[in-house]
Design a protein around this ligand. Structure first.
Ligand code: HXC
Length: 528
């Protein structure tokens, strides 16, 4: 088919000038018609794409970009498919007036498969994105490496991956998976800073269900192996999951509105809204004083940020930690909060990975960090330990330790043990540590500490329960009282909860011009 297509497209693209008398009007006319024809695509292939529940590459770009802002490159580029564009629409446009570089794979041309010309186009826009300091948005809908092109297709992927890594931390990279993204091709979204997926139509896996069945005998559906829900809630591969393409592309626009264009520019700010004097009585009602009673950290988050508005990253994965982009007094911040309603807010493998990647993103792009701490520790158990909880927990520790952006820590309630240290404590370099009068910072909770320190006395006691209660009370009043850490300068201030938003806003304003010099090195060796 592709050979026939090739011939057909070549014929239809023969310049009119070759046969008719040359005139500017005629050339312009033919030029216009040819462009429209290429952009319209083959009607039956477009119909099939729509039947699959998917939009075309150009319809997607229309939804993503400001109206009329798309500037295409390489429309005429041809590769082995013979079709113009070679199955990827590439160029730049604006989102809320800010430039972005984009490419949208066109499934209607050889399944959006990637060959040498297709890859060269992608690489061209990636290079332009980096040299102009603009985000890259990739709309993926592809059967992967174009089989007929063999090693040239693989080489094309490699060149994209290398550019993605070189652009990492320089310009934001957003991958949007809107169809298949199979095999090694899935590594392109994996290397992006954020990955969006659409329910029902998007799939990502290294090997599809057929290969899985052949190799392991396991029978699994496309959706269960690589659908948006499994990647959004189980594997953590998808940072955002949407029901349909329009809401997904609107989500990309929203995310872009919170990101800087590159690592040398600040994120777009809105006018200050008086946060530094904003008292929020509700904050005193949300968090129960009892350390083990759950509440939703997102209600605290909503009180702290402007208009209660925030964009949660990985909303459905590792829900025991919440990572969100929001604004405080008009300026973008990244918020990391322990979530007491899920697993009591413990840190585990997934939560550490999720928060570490978020912290590193914010740091790379100059987004200040606010950490809302209420954490009982790391999740115990063989599953965690044998799964490498130490290695993964170290990622979060590493991420905070190396972050040089302004950092504000707010200890709402519990902060025990290693998890206290990791959650942006003074020792790992927070710039401003605030605590509520409900804070409890200790090596471990009072009950556990007393059981460990007084095992023999408790075993010998006539009334162990009474002794335990007395010892717990002593421990609390000596080591866990709310001013203990502040007395040692490890907390800068104990604040009235209703002043949290104001205190964070003031702290961020003070830290705005923070400069941090780090010694020269090739790169650190984060525990990946
Ligand atoms: C060439 C391809 C292609 C590919 C699809 N097509 N994938 N052509 N190379 N990789 C073509 C089909 O032949 C077909 O052409 C058209 O695209 C539409 O594909 P269909 O199969 O009809 O569509 P659909 O039924 O929707 O199935 C989509 C699909 C399936 C699930 C993606 O096409 C598929 O399994 N493709 C192969 C996936 C794969 O194994 N890719 C290699 C992965 S390895 P016509 O002419 O009929 O319209 C890889 C390595 C990357 O990518 C390495 C990076 C390091």
């Amino acid at each position: 088919t592709s050979e026939l297509d090739f011939v057909a497209v070549r014929r239809s693209a023969e310049p009119a000038a070759a046969t008719a008398e040359r005139s500017m009007a005629g050339l312009r006319d033919e030029h216009g018609r040819q462009r429209s024809r290429i952009a319209a695509g083959r009607p039956e292939a477009v119909a099939r794409q729509h039947k699959l529940g998917k939009l075309t590459a150009r319809e997607r770009l229309d939804l993503l970009l400001d109206v009329g802002s798309f500037v295409e490159v390489d429309l005429y580029r041809r590769g082995t498919t013979g079709a113009h564009t070679d199955g990827v629409v590439a160029g730049s446009g604006t989102v809320d007036g800010r430039r972005v570089f984009v490419y949208a794979q066109d499934f209607t041309i050889s399944g959006g498969s990637l060959g040498a010309a297709h890859a060269a186009k992608i690489q061209k826009v990636m290079d332009l994105a980096v040299s102009t300091g603009s985000p890259i948005v990739a709309l993926n809908d592809s059967g992967g490496a174009r089989i007929q092109e063999g090693v040239l297709a693989l080489h094309g992927y490699g060149g994209i991956f290398r550019r993605q890594v070189a652009a990492s931390g320089v310009v934001p990279q957003i991958a949007v998976v809107l169809g298949p993204s199979a095999g090694g091709a899935a590594y392109s979204p994996a290397l992006a800073d954020f990955t969006f997926m659409v329910r029902d139509t998007a799939q990502m896996y290294l090997t599809g269900p057929d290969v899985v069945a052949q190799v392991t005998g396991e029978r699994v559906s496309h959706a269960d192996l690589g659908g948006a829900d499994v990647h959004g809630s189980r594997s953590g591969v998808a940072s955002f999951v949407h029901d349909d393409e329009p809401s997904c592309l609107a989500g990309v626009r929203e995310l872009l509105s919170l990101l800087p264009s590159n690592n040398l520019e600040p994120p777009p700010a809105l006018p200050a809204c008086g946060a530094s004097t904003d008292h929020r009585p509700r904050l005193a009602e949300i968090v129960p004083v009892e350390p083990n009673k759950p509440y939703d950290i997102r209600s605290v988050l909503a009180e702290v940020v402007d208009d209660g508005d925030y964009l949660e990253v990985h909303e459905h994965w590792a829900r025991n930690v919440v990572c969100a982009l929001a604004r405080v007094d008009g300026r973008v911040v990244g918020v990391v909060g322990n979530q007491p309603v899920v697993l009591a807010g413990v840190l585990d493998i997934a939560a550490s990975q999720k928060a570490a990647r978020f912290v590193r993103f914010c740091d790379a792009f100059g987004i200040p960090l606010v950490s809302l701490v209420d954490v009982p520790g790391f999740l115990p158990g063989t599953e965690q330990e044998l799964g490498g909880a130490i290695r993964h927990g170290a990622k979060l520790l590493y991420a905070y330790c190396e972050a040089t952006v302004p950092r504000v820590q707010v200890i709402l309630r519990k902060a025990y043990g290693g998890a206290y240290i990791v959650m942006d404590s003074r020792s790992v370099g927070t710039d401003l540590s605030l605590a509520w009068p409900t804070n409890e910072i200790a090596v471990m909770g009072a009950e556990g500490a007393v059981n460990l320190l007084h095992r023999r006395e408790l075993a010998a006691a006539e009334d162990p329960a009474r002794l335990r209660a007395a010892l717990v009370a002593d421990y609390r009043s000596e080591l866990m009282h709310p001013y203990h850490a502040a007395e040692h300068g490890l907390v800068d201030d104990v604040i009235d909860p209703v002043e949290t938003r104001a205190a964070i806003a003031r702290g961020l304003a003070v830290l705005r011009d923070k400069r941090a010099e780090t010694p020269r090195r090739k790169h650190g060796n984060a525990p990946l």
